[in-house]
Design a protein around this ligand. Structure first.
Ligand code: UFG
Length: 339
């Protein structure tokens, strides 16, 4: 059985990846500094799978500790999810973001190199495409101008791993470009637990639904889209997690640096999200149309054919299921993992 290390494995995406890996028979080791995540998520993954996770509380900036974990646990591949990810905060604190995300990644890669663990699956983002020239976005689209430091860190981390492969072809690098992950595990036991006021659409919608926030701010209805609001490719977090398992399953077939979009190929507007959420969950979402948010683009959705052809992965869940699962998580855990 293979031992897989997930950095940031206690977070929203990492915890779902941990669960899917365990269900597929892998051993999971989580390395997380818990600054934006909770150990409770891992406890619940253990309950749901009836399997155990080896947990290390550590920071990616701590290269020595990473090296020790990589060696002791005989790790075969690393899924690197750990990063700071709040777009607005990254604009205010660029040095913190560059230091944490970039230096943390350099330290991880250096530890991996020393431990001779040269397989990495990286949590990248559609943000690296910047403003795409058209949609749907395929992996051969050029990378673009990011609109914030967070996005640049993702773009730069991709470049660092690509250069590392160029210098040493024994590395395998899979850059998974996530579109917009939403939803939660069907049990309603694990999900997204943002600290403070959410930045992203779905946690904002569910917090309006539960009465924690008075209404949703819809950022702009004058985009060149079907109803004027922004269009995104929302993907169920469980499908996204399964994409990581498929990447690991197929590692022996992959060579060099592979870029893979993880997306459904369908775009939905903000109003689609509100209307579908209201329909499937029977709850009214109050909203106000406001000015566009700085840095937002009109539309972003992907062509997900490469993932199907290369690793045999296709997203299974539609929008209704995503919104039902998001709501179940929020309703059952009004304060997230806080008891
Ligand atoms: N939106 C609102 N109101 C809100 C929040 C969002 O109207 O309160 C709108 C946005 O304008 C956009 C859509 O909902 O049209 C989605 O916004 P999100 O903030 O949920 O997601 P983004 O597409 O802006 O960003 C997400 C991730 C980033 C990632 C990016 C890649 O948050 O980490 O996708 O495109 F980089």
């Amino acid at each position: 059985m293979k031992n897989i290390l997930i950095t940031g494995g206690a977070g929203f995406i990492g915890s779902h990846v941990a669960l899917e890996l365990l269900e597929s028979g892998y051993n999971v080791v989580v390395y997380d500094n818990l600054v934006n995540s909770s150990k409770e998520s891992l406890k619940r993954v253990e309950e749901l799978t009836d399997k155990s996770i080896k947990f290390y509380e550590g920071d990616c900036l701590d290269e020595d500790y990473l090296l020790e974990v990589l060696k002791n646990e005989e790790i075969e591949a690393v899924i690197h999810c750990a990063a700071l990810k709040a777009v607005g905060e990254s604009v205010k604190k660029p040095l913190m973001y560059y230091h944490n995300n970039i230096t943390g990644t350099l330290s991880l890669l250096s530890a991996m190199d020393k431990a001779n663990v040269k397989n990495i699956i990286f949590s990248s983002s559609a943000t690296v495409y910047g403003k795409p020239k058209s949609v749907p976005i395929t992996e051969d689209f050029p990378k673009g101008e990011c609109t914030n430091p967070y996005g640049w860190t993702k773009s730069m981390m991709e470049q660092i791993m690509t250069d590392l492969y160029t210098s040493d072809n024994s590395w395998k690098v899979v850059l998974l470009r996530y579109f917009n992950p939403i939803g939660a595990h069907k049990s309603g036991r694990i999900g997204e637990d943002p600290k403070g006021i959410p930045n992203n659409l779905l946690p904002y919608v569910t917090q309006v639904a539960i009465g924690k926030l008075p209404y949703l701010h819809v950022y702009g209805n004058d985009y060149d889209t079907k109803d004027g609001t922004g269009v995104r490719d929302y993907i169920h977090v469980v499908d996204l997690a399964k994409g990581h398992v498929k990447a690991i399953d197929n590692l022996s077939k992959l060579n060099g640096v592979e870029v893979i979009n993880l997306a459904t190929g369908k775009g939905y507007s903000v109003l689609d999200i509100i209307n579908t959420f209201e329909k499937v969950n029977g709850i009214k979402i109050n909203y106000k149309i406001e000015a566009r948010r700085d840095g937002d683009i009109a539309q972003s959705y992907a062509d997900a054919t490469k993932a199907k052809e290369l690793i045999g992965w296709v997203a299974q869940n539609g929008l209704e299921k995503m919104l039902e699962d998001s709501w179940r998580w929020q309703k059952n855990n009004p304060n997230g993992y806080e008891q």
